[in-house]
Design a protein around this ligand. Structure first.
Ligand SMILES: Cc1cc2nc3c(=O)[nH]c(=O)nc-3n(C[C@H](O)[C@H](O)[C@H](O)COP(=O)(O)OP(=O)(O)OC[C@H]3O[C@@H](n4cnc5c(N)ncnc54)[C@H](O)[C@@H]3O)c2cc1C
Length: 298
């Protein structure tokens, strides 16, 4: 990571925290940081090497999940909008979609930014603010020894071909309809990202941005996931990963499976991720944080 002075203090704290949790995080002086990430701005004060974590191509991973689900007998119904639910005896018994009504024994609502509206139809309060996020991809640069270099408010990686793939705030806050938002890539966020990538990695500033991709993510008021099995109807699980659902997917998938089959997570303490934590939330929480679309910001 390439850091400013303020970030360095913050990351020293983070490194100590990671080490305490049993992960290895090592401080780098300027020379060491530039050896690992030669494209980085040489005015950095140092860096932190987090010796854990990983990276994966999201498009390929999601396709692999879809194939794996089908291999296990699952069926994926695309272009079928869920518009409502049928309930009986304190349970959801069917999901009403634009392609017909489907009976169910258990229901998982993991609809990204639409999770809030669908949960509300069942009387549950799962607050979240939708926002557009975008990643830019540059032409290939010479491969750095370390591919994942964060800093300047960005997160990203260098692909094995050398392309730099970067994203990270500021968000473009949105309101979404039940029919879903349009992904609409190539937003004004792209220019902001490109500028910050050039600042972080100035030896790559001449590279052209060759593509970008965008999507709409949801952020909960405290930024933590929602993973909860409702008390009523009691066969419904709500799942939102608050904007970091890709990295969390192996663990969250396991936890969702446990909540459906066992009624509790068998491998981690997740009570703090329940919707009860939002019971006292101000109705104006989005406006209070400035998490509203620009035209409506106060
Ligand atoms: C540009 C960008 C970069 C990102 N980078 C990272 C990263 O580096 N690391 C990371 O961990 N996460 C990252 N994320 C976030 C990550 O992609 C999401 O957190 C993750 O996709 C959430 O998965 P999900 O299955 O919970 O929801 P989603 O992927 O949002 O899927 C929800 C699905 O529900 C469907 N749906 C919604 N409403 C209805 C309805 N009424 N009826 C039927 N279907 C409906 C939608 O069409 C969609 O297919 C990034 C996101 C973007 C956009």
């Amino acid at each position: 990571m390439a850091l400013t002075e303020a970030q360095l203090t913050h990351y020293h704290y983070m490194a100590a925290m990671f080490n305490e949790l049993g992960y290895t995080a090592e401080h780098l002086d300027v020379k060491q940081a530039l050896e690992m990430a030669p494209l980085v701005n040489d005015r950095i004060l140092g860096g932190i090497h987090l010796k854990f974590g990983g990276q994966a191509n999201p498009q390929r991973t999601v396709q692999a999940y879809a194939w794996a689900m089908q291999d296990h007998g699952g069926r994926i119904l695309q272009n079928a909008q869920v518009t409502g639910f049928e309930t009986a005896g304190g349970k959801v018994t069917a999901v009403v979609t634009s392609r017909g009504t489907l009976g169910c024994d258990a229901l998982v609502i993991a609809a990204g930014p639409q999770t809030e509206g669908l949960a509300a139809q069942l009387g549950a309060f799962a607050p979240m603010a939708p926002a557009r996020a975008e990643m830019i991809i540059t032409e290939p640069a010479p491969l750095m020894p370390i591919g994942g270099v964060d800093g300047n408010g960005l997160y990203g990686r260098q692909t094995l071909r050398g392309n730099l793939a970067y994203g990270g705030g500021p968000h473009e806050w949105l309101d979404v309809s039940a029919a879903g938002p349009s992904a609409r890539p190539t937003t004004p966020l792209m220019r902001n990202l490109a500028k910050r990538v050039a600042e972080l990695l100035p030896k790559a500033e001449h590279l052209r941005v060759i593509r970008s991709w965008a999507g709409v993510i949801e952020t909960t008021p405290d930024g933590r996931p929602i993973l909860d099995r409702l008390k009523a109807p009691d066969n419904v699980v709500l799942a939102s990963m608050s904007g970091v659902g890709f990295g969390l997917s192996p663990a969250s998938g396991h936890a969702i499976c446990d909540l459906v089959l066992e009624g509790r997570c068998t491998f981690a303490e997740i009570d703090k991720l329940g919707v009860d934590r939002f019971a006292g939330l101000s109705p104006d929480w989005r406006a209070e944080r400035g998490w509203t679309p620009v035209a409506q910001a106060v």
